[in-house]
Design a protein around this ligand. Structure first.
Ligand code: SF4
Ligand code: SF4
Length: 417
């Protein structure tokens, strides 16, 4: 976006302060520079260069990087100021002029851009967890608990299990593609396995295309070139498929694929193809409701509460569907926790680069979970799953973090016993 356009959008802020009530970074810090209004004001001053230069203010860069891009301000803003879009533009500007910081470059371009490298790092991390080195690191007080953010890694990723997981139906009722994102594939394989099993239980022929990362980490860091490269590859793979829907079990992947439309807004060649693809993107819970999923299942006697991922509720606009799925399972008592739609502080790799703010936001989420007295905290995003599981460890709380589709898969299994 051009400087004049950005300034015009920023000027639409009437400084009412409504964003203070919903912005997680402001709620936990109480600092005006950590809310949409303050961030926008400083960016405006930097862009107008009246008081300081945008490019030479490390404090401003820090404030820009501390935004979660959670969209809570935007959806509640009376003037509709798209603060996350403003922040993303400034991050892209920093990345173009200064390059990515080395740690983000290694993590995003070096690892997340390549499925084989994510897999390799996952295997090394598993050795780290299983060999006991992690316990020594803990004793030595290294890493400030950052390594504890990693879940217990599964032996194999989902892709390695596909030959035994995927069924061939002679006459399937539905034919769908499953967008297997890198987080679910490598770190939360139980979610991916459950998604495939539940779809097949509902007579869906499932195709798992060979996609790469959706580009969420790159987009969030302002690395537009790499985001475009990854998006083009995914668009090519998804466009080849003859399916009625493209299923996502990760709210972030779903939202980011839908963002491809904006990314190629000026590219005629891609517009029609992307429109076709995004029309087929469906969050797993919404899709199951749309096909009137099988209700015959076993009983799970648990008190469950649901955390809305930012990308689920504010980007994909999915609120009721996962709750409907949970309520359909016999024995589940679904209760609402306070501030269910407030960001958990996970926001991809936010917790690694902004540990203090991330953990303060997480502490509030875990307090709300504790107060709900639920035994299971359900959510539909692997990044939230990672953060919330870390929250259980950090705050020494009992309970489990589960995707609604994992509970549904369990309930189907229980019926067969
Ligand atoms: S809610 Fe919107 S208009 Fe009001 S201060 Fe925040 S960004 Fe500005
Ligand atoms: S996107 Fe979220 S963290 Fe960023 S300013 Fe808006 S409410 Fe605050």
């Amino acid at each position: 976006m051009k400087k004049d356009e950005l300034l015009e959008i920023i000027m639409s802020c009437n400084r009412c302060g409504v964003c203070q009530e919903v912005c997680p970074t402001y709620i936990v810090s109480g600092v005006e520079t950590n809310v949409a209004r303050g961030r926008n004001r400083l960016i405006r001053l930097g862009l107008e260069e009246q008081q300081f230069n945008l490019d030479n203010e490390p404090e401003l860069e820090k404030i820009v990087n501390e935004c979660l891009l959670c969209k809570a301000c935007e959806v509640n803003c009376p003037s509709g100021v798209p603060t996350p879009e403003i922040i993303s533009n400034i991050r892209a500007h920093y990345t173009t002029t200064k390059g990515l910081p080395w740690a983000k470059k290694i993590m995003y371009r070096g690892i997340f851009s390549d499925n084989r490298k994510i897999s390799l790092i996952r295997n090394l991390a598993r050795i780290y967890q299983k060999s006991g080195i992690n316990k020594l690191v803990k004793l030595a007080g290294l890493f400030n608990k950052t390594d504890e953010m990693l879940p217990d890694l599964p032996k194999e990723n989902v892709r390695a299990k596909l030959p035994v997981l995927l069924k061939n139906f002679e006459r399937p009722k539905h034919k769908v593609a499953y967008f297997l994102g890198c987080s679910v594939n490598n770190f939360f394989s139980s979610i991916g396995i459950a998604t495939i099993k539940v779809l097949q239980e509902n007579d869906c022929q499932v195709i798992v295309p060979d996609v790469n990362c959706c580009g969420a980490p790159h987009q969030s860091a302002g690395d537009q070139d790499e985001f475009i490269r990854l998006a083009k590859n995914n668009i090519k793979k998804l466009n080849e498929l003859d399916v009625e829907a493209i299923i996502v079990d990760c709210s972030t992947c779903g939202s980011i694929i839908k963002e491809y439309e904006k990314l190629f807004a000026n590219d005629k060649e891609y517009q029609d193809i992307i429109a076709k693809i995004t029309a087929k993107i469906q969050d797993i819970s919404s899709y199951l409701l749309s096909i009137d999923f099988k209700r015959e299942m076993g009983q799970i006697n648990q008190k469950v509460t649901y955390h809305d991922p930012c990308h689920g509720i504010r980007f994909l606009k999915v609120k009721d569907a996962p709750r409907e799925i949970l309520k359909s399972i016999p024995g589940i008592n679904l209760i609402e926790m306070k501030e269910a739609d407030m960001c958990c502080g996970g926001a991809g790799s936010y917790g690694i680069f902004n540990p203090k703010l991330s953990r303060d936001i997480l502490a509030r989420k875990m307090e709300n979970y504790k107060e709900s007295e639920a035994g299971i905290l359900a959510t539909s995003c692997p990044a939230c799953t990672m953060q919330l599981s870390f929250g259980l460890k950090l705050h020494k709380l009992n309970g489990q973090i589960k995707h609604p589709v994992e509970l549904l898969a369990e309930a189907y299994e229980l019926k067969k016993i």
